[in-house]
Design a binder for this molecule. Structure first.
Ligand SMILES: [Mg+2]
Length: 266
C-alpha cells in the first residue's frame, strides 16, 4: 500500500498544487455549468488564474467520455480541465488533465462491482418506465426513469444484490455499488491526498449531490437546486443554500464560507 501510495503521489505531483488554500469540489450540470453565461465565464477565468491556490475537482454523474467532450466543446467558453475528476456518480476517479483513471482510487470500487452487472441486467431488462442512458458507464448502471410509470417495488429487489439505487433530478436512476457515491469517493480521495477538510467546499444541485452534503464538509446548494434536494438543507448544518444560480451561487457560497479573499477579479 505504501508503494502504491508513492506511485499515486508521483502520478499527481506534477498536476496538483502543493499547498492549495481551497479545494473546490463542483458538480457540473446545473452547478458549474449553471447560471448566467457571464457568471460562468467569470468563474472559469478565475479557476484558470487560481490553479495554484484552488485545487479544483469535478464531481459529476457524467462519464469520462462525456467530460472529455465537454472540455473540448467548452474550450470556447473558457472552462479548463480541473485537477481531478470524480465521475460516474462516484464510481470513477481520474486525473483532470489526462482523464486517466487513478487505479488506487478506482480499484476498490471495481472490486465492489464485480459480478453485479451479470446479476442486475436481467432484472432491469424490459422494465416499464426505464431506459438505458446512452453512455458507457463504468462500475454502475445508468438509466432514465419515468416517475409516473416506474414501479418502486423493484428497488429492494435490486438492492438485495449489494447495490444502491440513486434517483436524481426526476429522471436519472443510477445503480451503484452499495455504499459508493459522490460523498464516499470524495472522502476517500481527500484521505489519499491528506487534504485539510477545513479547506474543502463542495457545490451541487440535485439529489445525486446529497451524499456530498452529508459528508459534513462545507457545501453549497446552488439557488437552482431541485426541490427534493433543498428539503434536506435544514438537517445539514454545514450546507449553505445560495440564492444565486449555478456559478454565481458557487461564488456566493465561497464568500459565505470565508473564502472571499481568494475570489480575486470576480
Ligand atoms: Mg447537477
Amino acid at each position: 500500500m505504501v508503494r502504491r501510495r508513492q506511485l499515486l503521489e508521483q502520478q499527481l505531483a506534477a498536476v496538483l498544487p502543493p499547498d492549495p488554500a481551497l479545494v473546490l469540489v463542483t458538480d457540473l450540470d446545473g452547478t458549474l455549468l449553471g447560471g448566467s453565461r457571464s457568471w460562468r465565464q467569470r468563474v472559469y477565468g478565475w479557476l484558470e488564474r487560481s490553479r495554484e491556490q484552488v485545487l479544483h475537482v469535478f464531481c459529476t454523474g457524467r462519464d469520462l467520455a462525456s467530460i472529455a467532450r465537454l472540455l473540448s466543446e467548452d474550450a470556447d467558453h473558457g472552462l479548463v480541465a480541473p485537477h481531478l475528476v470524480i465521475g460516474d456518480v462516484g464510481c470513477t476517479v481520474a486525473c483532470g488533465q489526462s482523464l486517466e483513471p487513478l487505479p488506487l482510487a478506482v480499484e476498490p470500487i471495481e472490486a465492489r462491482w464485480q459480478g453485479k452487472p451479470e446479476r442486475l441486467l436481467p432484472l432491469l431488462a424490459g422494465v416499464p418506465g426505464l431506459s438505458p442512458q446512452p453512455l458507457t458507464a463504468d462500475r454502475r448502471l445508468a438509466y432514465y426513469y419515468d416517475p409516473d410509470t416506474f414501479v418502486p417495488e423493484l428497488v429492494p429487489v435490486l438492492e438485495a444484490h449489494g447495490v444502491d439505487c440513486l434517483f436524481s433530478d426526476n429522471r436519472y436512476l443510477d445503480v451503484l455499488p452499495a455504499g459508493v457515491n459522490k460523498g464516499s469517493t470524495l472522502l476517500e480521495l481527500l484521505a489519499l491526498l491528506e487534504v485539510d477538510r477545513t479547506r474543502v467546499v463542495t457545490a451541487g444541485d440535485t439529489l445525486n449531490d446529497l451524499a456530498m452534503f452529508e459528508t459534513g464538509l462545507a457545501g453549497v446548494m446552488v439557488g437552482n437546486a431541485e426541490p427534493a434536494l433543498l428539503e434536506h438543507a435544514a438537517r445539514l448544518p454545514q450546507t449553505y443554500t445560495a440564492k444565486a444560480h449555478g456559478c454565481e451561487g458557487i461564488v456566493e457560497g465561497l464568500r459565505h464560507f470565508g473564502f472571499g479573499d481568494l475570489l480575486t477579479g470576480l
